[in-house]
Design a protein around this ligand. Structure first.
Ligand code: ZN
Length: 126
């Protein structure tokens, strides 16, 4: 008569060693490691050498090396903000762009406080 309990024990031991053998891979998956596949490959291929198993285990348990995210310096921080179209006005005499607050054109030195369009008479247009 066959001893069934001994057979169960053998299978239980075998299952235990198989699960023990794949422990690094299981931990890697549990840790949601990106290299879980590579750890699994190392585990399966070199796990039997024990050294490979230990390496895979440490790799699996190792905290994910997170590269500190340094935000790239924005262009607006490194350079003074450029004058946008809304902060500039066009000189009616020389058509040069001057700041909206300017009272005198920096190119032709014409007075910008008065409305020039009304003064653009025939003498200007040939
Ligand atoms: Zn001007």
């Amino acid at each position: 008569m066959k001893d069934i309990s001994a057979e169960i024990l053998t299978w239980a031991l075998l299952l235990f060693f198989i699960s023990l053998y794949f422990t690094p891979y299981i931990i890697a998956i549990g840790n949601k490691k990106k290299a879980a596949g590579a750890i699994g490959a190392l585990n399966i291929l070199f796990g039997w050498t024990l050294v490979g198993w230990v390496v895979a285990l440490f790799w699996a348990m190792n905290k994910e090396v997170s590269v500190p995210h340094t935000p790239a310096p924005r262009l607006m921080d490194t350079f003074p903000p450029l004058l946008t179209a809304s902060t500039e006005k066009q000189c009616p005499d020389c058509a040069g762009m001057v700041p909206a607050e300017a009272t005198k054109c920096r190119f032709c030195a014409s007075d910008l406080t008065v409305l020039r369009t009304a003064q653009r008479q025939e003498s200007n247009s040939r």
